[in-house]
Design a binder for this molecule. Structure first.
Ligand SMILES: [Mg+2]
Length: 234
């Protein structure tokens, strides 16, 4: 395949799923209440909470089993995380909490060992490498900016989050190809989730199914499997 652009998923692709769940999400659960208390006068936080309150109202209207919204909606936010809800407002709040954690050195991004070398190789080949993850753009930058291999953000040209659309919607990949200024068939999307790859393929984007230790089994569905970025044919 002739590839000019590479689009990478994070969780289960560049980064162990375990890191996202055991480190990042447990950090949020440990610090959520304190963060909301300390930042209750922060305008951005207030705006995020307004968006989340709307989401809560919708949940109640549709009879979902969401916990009530109290003065500090920690129970509801924990519930959204339990549900793995792809809420843009929730992701924005998480990004802000992680920002403090990375800044204070309590968090450090993790990537698989083949990732930094591949990023370096692709930079030399002048390939355009970007990220598409449901985590907010800020949290993506923080992760890649703080790895044991150093700051990897100079190797990345862009970050897409759920603001561009869901990862299982072909339209998201068409929008992303537009941002790359490349036809979809010149871009390869690497992800561990078959449904996301199916959506990317519907848009014309090339696909590779990433299999990493700790990933749940996925049906292959015609997507070429790889277990390391060394196997990416470019
Ligand atoms: Mg993933």
């Amino acid at each position: 395949m002739e590839i000019h652009g590479i689009l990478l998923d994070i969780e289960g692709t560049t980064t162990p799923i375990q890191f996202v769940h055991d480190v990042l999400f447990s950090y949020i659960r440990q610090h959520l209440e304190e963060y909301l208390f300390t930042n209750s006068r922060n305008k951005e936080v207030q705006e995020i909470l307004r968006a989340l309150k709307h989401e809560h109202d919708d949940d109640i209207r549709t009879n979902s089993p969401a916990p009530g919204w109290t003065a500090e909606p920690v129970a509801y936010l924990n519930w959204l995380m339990d549900e793995d809800r792809k809420s843009t407002a929730l992701k924005a709040l998480q990004g802000k909490i992680w920002y403090d954690g990375y800044r204070d050195g309590k968090l450090r991004g993790q990537v698989f060992p083949d990732v930094p070398a591949a990023l370096q190789r692709w930079k030399q080949q002048r390939l355009d490498v970007r990220i598409f993850s449901s985590g907010s753009e800020l949290s993506q930058r923080l992760l890649f900016g703080s790895t044991a291999y150093g700051d990897l953000t100079p190797f990345l040209n862009g970050y897409f989050d759920t603001k561009v659309g869901p990862k299982i919607d072909p339209g998201s990949y068409r929008t992303i190809a537009g941002a790359f200024q490349l036809p979809p068939e010149k871009i390869v999307f690497v992800s561990d989730v078959t449904k996301e790859l199916d959506a990317a393929r519907s848009s014309g984007t090339l696909t590779l199914l990433c299999r990493r230790p700790g990933n749940p089994m996925q049906v292959v569905h015609g997507h070429q499997p790889i277990s390391s970025f060394d196997e990416i044919p470019c």
